[in-house]
Design a protein around this ligand. Structure first.
Ligand code: ADP
Ligand code: ASP
Ligand code: MG
Length: 406
């Protein structure tokens, strides 16, 4: 007998009919004799709807992030109740749990809280008594009793953290695709499902834009050695297992392609090339809570320096305002920006031992006349920034150039 934590995402619980199908999956395991703890997301686009209600009020001052969490956590409460009702009707002793009823303790960073502790006593007691716990994903409680949420897509993290705390045999993330693919199957139709992928690669793909798994969930699973599987809630099939790299595994050069559409870049030209200039430019940006992604510094012919960095598109106008002020202070020649850029990244542990991946990537993009604006590399990934309008073409081109298709 095994213990599985099974998580079902928004599209998998989008209607009561969907929830009935989710119940089938749970019952199948129960009937085989396994113990199951379920984690669910809000129904379909419910969290988006709640976000847009708050946007109508458009208040971002003191106290706003706390109230947003109170609002956003509502979505999951609806699903745990409906799924429990379905399971009860089918004769299973289901019981719903909010984050704070479990209890899932987080820090106080509203809208992006981190789980610091999970008390599993209550859930364990329920399991011993044959109860099927149905837990609300995405939410927790800080030490002062405030409701917190874990950031968009955070139900994955609830599931993995619960699996780690309970010592579950596997954490199964059920979603609307059949596993992890070489790239988003909605963009490249003949993308190939991966049998396995390493934590390291999955972490890169997720943080470079593949929203299929919450980045924190992968970090948790890797740290606490939770076997993690992504599979379809609409189909049977093994899905994809996320594992440690084994010596015997043949490392593919490229495992997957990730992309991010909503990026923007800012450039400041002709600042003095002296120590401290990077922090003078980026300090005020990060102090205002804006996350900077890629950074590029370059010496011009006149020995002054040019500086370009990328941010999320939502932060573009605020970043531009700050940079313009900095530019005045530093006596820079010019500030410019582009909020229509995108980032495409190729990830694979096999890159470590293979040269020539970058040049093959650049060549493939050049053949399609796609101009590369910025490049950044690490041991197992290469990212390029391009004009947003070529994003899908670039992904398809690279997918084909590296023979990733089915
Ligand atoms: P859920 O609501 O179940 O949490 P998400 O929308 O968060 O589902 O994640 C699933 C989606 O992730 C898929 O529908 C797919 O479009 C997208 N996706 C992006 N990259 C990949 C990839 N490499 N493999 C599989 N799915 C991907
Ligand atoms: N409902 C939340 C969201 O839409 C959490 C999740 O689905 O994982 O982001
Ligand atoms: Mg998700």
């Amino acid at each position: 007998m095994a213990l599985y934590v099974k998580k079902f995402g928004g599209t998998s619980v989008a209607s009561v009919a969907h929830i009935q199908r989710v119940a089938d999956k749970i019952i199948e395991d129960k009937e085989t004799g396994h113990d199951v703890v379920v984690v669910v997301s809000a129904m379909g686009k419910e969290t988006d709807r709640l976000v847009s209600l708050s946007e109508e009020i458009d208040y971002r001052g003191n106290g706003a992030s706390r109230e947003l969490d109170v609002l956003l956590s509502v979505g999951e409460q609806v699903t745990i109740s409906l799924l429990s009702l379905v399971l009860l009707k089918r004769g299973y002793q289901a019981e719903s749990f909010l984050g704070r009823q479990v209890k899932i303790s987080t820090d106080s960073s509203h809208n992006k809280a981190r789980i610091v502790d999970i008390d599993t006593k209550e859930i364990q007691k329920k399991l011993e008594n044959g109860v099927l716990p149905v837990v609300a994903g995405f939410q927790g409680e800080d030490e002062r009793g405030n409701i917190t949420t874990l950031g968009r897509g955070g139900s994955d993290t609830t599931a993995v953290a619960l699996a780690a705390a309970l010592g579950a045999d596997e954490c199964q993330i059920y979603t609307d695709v059949q596993g992890i693919f070489t790239t988003d199957p909605r963009v490249v139709e003949n993308a190939r499902r991966l049998e396995r992928i390493t934590f390291e690669e999955m972490l890169e793909l997720a943080s470079l834009g593949s929203r299929v798994l919450h980045t924190r969930a992968i970090e948790f699973a890797s740290k606490y050695r939770v076997p993690l599987r992504v599979a379809s809630s609409f189909d049977t099939g093994p899905g994809t297992l996320i594992t440690y790299e084994e010596k015997s595994m043949e490392a593919p050069i490229i495992s997957g392609i990730a992309f991010e559409g909503d990026e923007a870049k800012l450039t400041i030209l002709g600042v003095e090339d002296v120590p401290g200039i990077a922090s003078a430019i980026l300090g005020p940006i990060s102090e205002s809570g804006i996350e900077v992604d890629m950074i590029l510094q370059n010496i011009s012919a006149d020995m002054s320096t040019d500086f370009t960095f990328t941010v999320n598109r939502d932060d573009y106008s605020q970043a531009m305002e700050i940079l313009t002020k900095v530019s005045d202070q530093l006596g820079a020649r010019e500030v410019s920006g582009d909020n229509r850029i995108a980032k495409v990244s190729m990830v694979g542990v096999g890159m470590r031992s293979h040269a020539g991946v970058a040049s093959k990537m650049f060549e493939a993009l050049a053949k399609e006349s796609i101009n590369i604006q910025m490049i950044s590399t690490s041991e197992i990934k290469i990212s390029v920034v391009i004009d947003e309008k070529y994003l899908e073409l670039a992904v398809r081109t690279l997918h084909a150039a590296f023979d990733l298709e089915e």
